[in-house]
Each structure stands twice: as C-alpha cells, then as structure tokens.
Design a protein around this ligand. Structure first.
Ligand code: 5AD
Ligand code: SF4
Length: 454
C-alpha cells in the first residue's frame, strides 16, 4: 500500500473527475477511496465542475434535508448535461443505495453506485451509453476496501481519516444507515496499521479511525484465535505506530464503550482524550423507542467512568429533538442530562422520518414541526452556554496543539486542535502546519480557545 497523492498527475489528455461529498466523515474517506480507484483507471481530479467529463456526488440520506440538497444539485447537473454533450453524472453513496432506480428517472443521472460498489465504478462507467445508464447497489458482507490506498483530498497533509469498519448492525429505530450501508464488517487490523505507518512516513501526524460504531470493531484472525483484535487492541496497535502520531476515533456507542478502551486511552499519550458519544435523548422512554439499548443512568455512568479515568477527556454528543411521541417532560430530560454532563460540544438535529426505518413503520412522526424547532433551538442555546462554560475552564491552561492550518480570519494566526478536540487559535510566531506546539489559553468564545504559544 502506498500513500497516493493527487498532486503530481498533470496530464491534460486524461479524463477529469469532479467529486462533491455530502454527509459524514465516512463519506469523505469514501470519496478518497473512489478517487484512488478512478485514478488507477486513468482519471485525474479537477476542482472545476465545468471541465469534468465525470461528475460524481457522494451522497447522504441521514435526514430529509440532506437528500433535498442533493436533488437541488441534480438540477444543476442537468444544466451541465445540456451544455456539454457526453458528460457523465453519477450519484454514489447512501442516497444511491436508498433510491436506486428512482435517481435514473430524472434522466440526468447516468450512474448509480452504492457504498459497496466502488470497485466496479470503472467497469460501470465504460458501459454507460446514451440510453443505457448503469447501476450497482449490491451490499456486501465483506467489502472493506482494505487494500485500497485512499487518495487524500484533505489538503492540510496533517490529519487523515482511516476507515476501520463499514456498515452498522444496531438498527436504531430512526436511522437509515443500516439500510444504506449494510451489515457491519471490520477491516484487517494489519492493513490499518500499514496505512497509518505510510501516512506517518508521508508527514501526517494524526489519524482518525472511523466506523459507525467503533466499539464493536472485532477482527477474527482466520488463522489463529489468539490474534483476534478488538477495538482496544486496535487502538493500541495504531498508537504504537509512533508517539509523534496522534490517534483519534469516531463514533463510540454508549452501550458498547468498554472500560478496556477507556484504560487504553489513558495509557497512551498519543491517543487523543476525546470521545464522541452520541446520547440522542435524555429520556428513558425515548431511548427505549429509539432502540438505543441503554438508559439515561447507564449513559451517565459511562460518562463518570470516563471522567474518573481521564479527568480532562473531551466529551461531545449528538442529540435528536422531537422524536416520535416526545413529550415536554422527555425534552426536559434531554436538557437536564445535557446540563448534568456539560458536553464540550454537540451536533443537534430535529427528528426527520426516514422511509423504511422501524420508527417510520411503527411510530407516527407526531411532534409538530414548530415544536421540534422550538425544542431544537432550546437545545442549541443550552449547548452554546455549556460550550462556553467548558471552554472557560481551559483559560490559563497549557495545551499541546497539532497545527492544522492558517486561521481564516487572520493570516498571521494558525489554528489546530488540542487532544480534547478543542480548536485553538494563536499567533504564528514562525511555527508551521504539521508541528506540535504548546499553547496557553488566554480567552475564549463558545467555539474557539484564543491562545498564545509558550
Ligand atoms: N433524524 C434526525 N437525526 C438523525 N440522526 C440519525 N438519524 C436521524 C434522523 N432520522 C442523527 C443522530 C446521529 C447523527 C449522525 O445523525 O443524532 O447520531
Ligand atoms: Fe454518512 Fe449516514 Fe449520511 Fe450515509 S447516511 S453519508 S453513513 S451520515
């Protein structure tokens, strides 16, 4: 496996591909896998849609508004098709998997490929003809793209995603992911370590291990049961690549995060002290209906365990407002849990019914839109206060930051993240992207730690 670059190839004769990515980090990494496959088939990446002969949208289905955005883009692609004969439009990823032939009905889309079909992209593309669009949405029990070196599109050259597993077996009642990404499968840990080593050799200083539920990572060695690897074992293997290489991971599931993972995090300085632990709701009735398989009490116990072992651990979460049948009291329970934990950050959403999910089949989506929005706004306002409170606690502290780039607001300033995932901004003072620096936090907003190097 080799770290592939998008930079050196400048052959004007090669066909150009333009890729837009929507949705989660997993999709960002999938676009890098897609680019790797297409680069091997002769394509070069372009950032200009107007000059591409192949236009791909790697899509997300998690909420209705994500899909609506993509329908809007398909209309834009229609204009490209009118203007430039022969341009190929492809929809790949979760929405391709969910909507299949329906996308072809637009007469804009020539290619539909689900998340497990990326290896067949070159073959599919070669078979596209004016009246013969191509589709492959088969889901696999084995595909992990383990042998493919993603072509890094991140551009900072410092921090990269590594997919460690695909799919999800959890069937939370609101979630479409098990239907769009299929059953869970873990990737061979030795290919993961090799990818991390090569990234390190190429100047990367941080890897983020990605999976829908990393705590259920489990690789069975086909040869000997002694070498089976769970997530704690994998974390340790990747942490040992180099003490100069930081390791992050996402997403953890509250029902599965084990003491072993927490202790492994504590042992290795280069495992970042941050856990993204989606709670979704603070009400036991809602958690039960969501099929999350834990209670409020269980969640709070996991948070206390994390904080007892790693006192400064950053904890962030996801929250859904207005799930089916949510009462005012259920909503209050979410707010009180958020206050009790004082999350360092949160992604907050209003419930969006997804066709085919258990919730869509079983529970009416009965919280009125205006109530959902009002509850979400209350949740966001509370989190903003909590984020500020959490950041204020950092003032005066010294933190190790990996520099990721130049601040957008001020070219004389750099930014990077501390181990706990908080973003620090500080005067450049001769420092460079990819370096570790120690900073002292002098003030903050709810989103940023204003710092100086020491
Ligand atoms: N409606 C709203 N939010 C959702 N999420 C997943 N499915 C839905 C849905 N149907 C949120 C959850 C999850 C995050 C990735 O997206 O909070 O953790
Ligand atoms: Fe990622 Fe889920 Fe969206 Fe698919 S549906 S792109 S897995 S967030």
């Amino acid at each position: 496996m080799m770290v592939k670059s998008i930079k050196p190839i400048k052959d004007e004769t090669r066909p150009k591909v333009y890729i837009e990515t929507y949705g989660c980090q997993m999709n960002v990494n999938d676009s890098e896998v897609i680019l790797s496959i297409l680069q091997d088939a002769g394509y070069v990446l372009t950032e200009k849609m107007d000059e591409a002969s192949l236009i791909l949208a790697n899509t997300c289905s998690i909420r209705d508004n994500a899909e609506q955005r993509i329908w809007g883009r398909i209309e834009q692609f229609r204009l490209q098709k009118r203007r430039r004969e022969g341009v190929i439009i492809g929809i790949v990823g979760c929405m391709a998997e969910r909507l299949k032939e329906k996308l072809l009905d637009t007469h804009v889309v020539d290619l539909v490929a689900g998340p497990d079909s990326y290896r067949s992209l070159p073959g599919l593309i070669s078979r596209i003809a004016p009246d013969s669009p191509q589709i492959d949405v088969l889901l696999s029990h084995e595909e992990t793209y383990a042998d493919i070196s993603p072509v890094r599109m991140d551009r900072n050259g410092v921090s990269a995603f590594i997919s460690i597993m695909r799919g999800c077996n959890n069937v939370c009642s609101y979630c479409v992911v098990p239907y769009t990404r299929g059953a869970e499968r873990s990737r061979d840990p030795y290919t993961i370590v090799r990818e991390a080593e090569e990234l390190f050799a190429n100047g990367y200083r941080e890897v983020c291990l990605l999976g829908q539920n990393v705590d259920s990572y489990y690789w069975k060695d086909p040869a000997t049961a002694d070498r089976n690897v769970n997530f704690a074992g994998l974390l340790e293997m990747v942490a040992k690549v180099s003490p100069e290489m930081r390791v992050r991971f996402s997403t953890s599931h509250p029902k599965d995060i084990s003491d072993e993972v927490i202790y492994t995090m504590a042992v290795y300085d280069n495992i970042c002290k941050h856990i993204h632990l989606p709670v979704q709701s603070g009400s036991n009735a809602m958690l039960e209906k969501m099929r999350r398989k834990y209670t409020r009490e269980w969640y709070l116990e996991r948070v206390s365990k994390i904080r007892s072992v790693i006192p400064d651990c950053g904890i962030t979460t996801d929250v859904i407002a207005g799930f089916c049948g949510e009462t005012e009291q259920d909503h209050r329970d979410t707010l009180s849990l958020m206050e009790e934990v004082c999350f360092d950050g949160a992604f907050m959403f209003q419930y969006s019914e997804r066709p085919g999910t258990l919730a869509a089949r079983k529970y009416p989506d009965d919280v009125p839109d205006e109530v959902k929005t009002a509850r979400l706004n209350e949740i966001i306002a509370l989190q903003n206060r909590m984020s500020l409170k959490s950041n204020e606690k950092e003032i005066g502290k010294r933190l190790t930051v990996l520099i990721e780039g130049v601040s957008k607001r001020n070219s004389g300033e750099l930014f990077g993240r501390a181990g706990n995932n908080k973003v620090c901004v500080f005067p450049a003072c001769g420092h460079h992207v990819g370096e570790y620096v120690t900073v002292e936090v002098t003030s903050c907003t709810s989103a940023t730690l204003i710092s100086k190097t020491v």
